[in-house]
Design a protein around this ligand. Structure first.
Ligand code: XMP
Length: 522
């Protein structure tokens, strides 16, 4: 891969955002730990290097440094925050503790004579406790804030740049443009990282890897496993067998949609397994959430093993691992030991199965996976669907799981999600203010509670089930806020559920954030 930008990772909390901003310019980039062996970077023959921010102080003993070979590559370098300070220290300038740290929004003033930022004032996001006292020979200063006299520096001869603020975060409105200038104008990287080119490269790589061998995929209906399977199918056609297990814990219409898409639309050799009875039998009488999870995972493994055997145990297995999984499991400076990631959507594949892995999405962020999925012809609603937990409705059907209770839950859930879709709220609109009823949802679903409530319908007393509705906004699913859905929508959904779903006489809306609650109820 020659048209690459390297992001040298010094442990920035925003590291994935830097990569996102560069990929948005359709330029391929990779995150590499600052202390990786030089070959790792040099063999990629990159067009430019970004030095990320990081939590350390460059002048402290043992703090991460820019390795010398980086400056011998002769390619443009941009240091961001710690990356700028590390560059200053490596090239003969000085960094010191700031008398006052600078965090949050700041007004930046930029002078002429730099190719990255327009002259004048702009808002930027700062997060630093050290500052640059003197810049190295060959550089000149091109911007400042009230607290930080040296906020931007350039050495035009070597094409070296440094900025103290964070151009990658949304709080720096001109940041994406600045990064674009760096990667496109200065590094002269071509914007060729498009869904079509990703698909083409991936197809070639899969063909080369697999040869004439057979490949197995486990499809859950989730975005990652679906796109990975469709991509492998495009590469090797009928050398691929896909297995889909209907465990009875999926949402309304989901098994039919998955089967239709893969076997009818995409022509994949598809093996739907109806294991509803086996799963329900296995879960009978079980109320504890963790036991449910364990039993579902184990059952899936047994079924998958049986199917793999029936298909002659192909040597290759498709995994829907995506780039954030890779980055999060490797971390800065640690060598990643490869192992089969527990496959969330299907509950954990057997670790002792001797498969060679095909991971066609390893380099892609979630939104790139979605763009590739659409370019491969997967239906919009499959590509853009909200996350769905591996144990499925088992963790939303609180208490004992029976077919009747699952059907009740499915019906209520379908009413809720359809109403959100009709109102354009089934996805999040991050540009809406957080308390706006129009912000939408990152995840929204119904839960069937294990309690009965008294109601009155017509002239009859009823004693029936309660449905809870959960809708949250979140970027990362680690923390979440409850969605401020319009009252009129909640009223309409509650009304429709009570009228149309037999056995339910009450609907409640969950208004707890995460933490202290979690998104799911179990
Ligand atoms: P919580 O409930 O922990 O959920 O706030 C965070 C995100 O993870 C999903 N989730 C799961 N996904 N297997 C999965 O594959 C699970 O057992 C599981 N539990 C929760 C949840 O839907 C949310 O998106």
């Amino acid at each position: 891969m020659t048209n690459t930008i390297i992001i040298l990772d010094f442990g920035s909390q925003y590291i994935q955002l830097i990569a996102r901003r560069i990929r948005e310019q359709h330029v391929y980039c990779e995150l590499i730990p600052w202390n990786a062996p030089p070959e790792k970077i040099l063999t990629l023959n990159p067009k430019g290097i970004v030095l990320s921010g990081g939590p350390d102080s460059v002048y402290k003993p043992g703090a991460p440094q820019v390795p010398e070979y980086i400056f011998k590559t002769g390619i443009p370098i941009l240091g961001i925050c710690y990356g700028m300070q590390a560059m200053v220290q490596a090239l003969g300038g000085r960094v010191k503790r700031a008398s006052e740290p600078e965090y949050g929004f700041t007004t930046l003033e930029t002078f002429s004579g730099n190719p990255l930022l327009p002259v004048g004032e702009q808002q930027v996001w700062m997060s630093h406790g050290d500052l640059i006292e003197s810049i190295p020979p060959g550089f000149r200063n091109f911007s400042r804030t009230n607290n930080t006299p040296i906020c931007g520096m350039v050495d035009p001869k070597r094409n070296y740049f440094g900025v103290q603020f964070h151009p990658e975060v949304g709080h720096t409105p001109g940041g994406a443009k600045m990064l674009r200038r760096f990667v496109i104008d200065i590094c002269e990287a071509s914007p060729d990282w498009t869904p079509a080119s990703i698909i083409q490269k991936s197809v070639n790589r899969i063909r080369e890897q697999v040869g004439q061998d057979r490949v197995l995929a486990a499809v859950s209906g989730g975005v990652d496993s679906s796109v990975a399977t469709a991509l492998v199918h495009k590469a090797i056609g009928n050398q691929l067998d896909a297995v889909f297990v209907d465990n009875g814990l999926l949402r309304q219409g989901e098994p039919q949609r998955v089967v239709k898409t893969f076997s009818q639309h995409l022509g994949v050799s598809f093996h739907p397994i109806n294991a509803v009875e086996t799963f329900l039998e296995n879960l009978r009488g079980v109320k504890d959430p963790e036991t449910k999870r364990r039993l579902i995972g184990e059952r899936f493994i047994r079924i998958f093993e049986q199917e793999a055997k029936k298909l002659g145990t192909p040597p290759y297995l498709v995994q829907g691992t995506i780039y954030p999984d890779v980055v999060e499991s490797s971390g800065t400076g640690q060598d990643q030991t490869r192992r089969i990631k527990s496959h969330h959507n299907v509950g954990g594949l057997p670790e002792d199965m001797e498969f060679k892995l095909i991971e066609p999405l390893r380099d892609l962020f979630k939104d790139e996976v979605r763009a590739v999925g659409e370019a491969l012809g997967l239906p919009h609603e499959m590509v853009w669907r909200q996350p769905f937990p591996g144990p499925g409705l088992a963790v939303r059907c609180l208490g004992e799981i029976t077919w009747e209770r699952l059907e009740r839950l499915r019906a209520a859930d379908a009413i809720f999600t359809q109403a959100l879709a009709d109102a354009g709220l089934l996805h999040m609109h991050p540009n809406e203010p957080s308390a706006s009823p129009q912000r939408g949802t990152a995840q929204a679903f119904a839960i069937l509670l294990p309690v009965q409530a008294v109601g009155v319908m017509g002239d009859q007393r009823t004693y029936q089930d309660v449905i809870a509705l959960r809708a949250v906004t979140t970027e990362d699913f680690m923390t979440a806020d409850w969605a401020r859905l319009p009252h009129s929508l909640l009223a309409q959904v509650a009304n429709q559920i009570v009228n149309e779903v037999e056995g339910v006489n009450r609907v409640v809306y969950d208004i707890t954030s995460k933490p202290p609650a979690t998104i799911e109820w179990e």
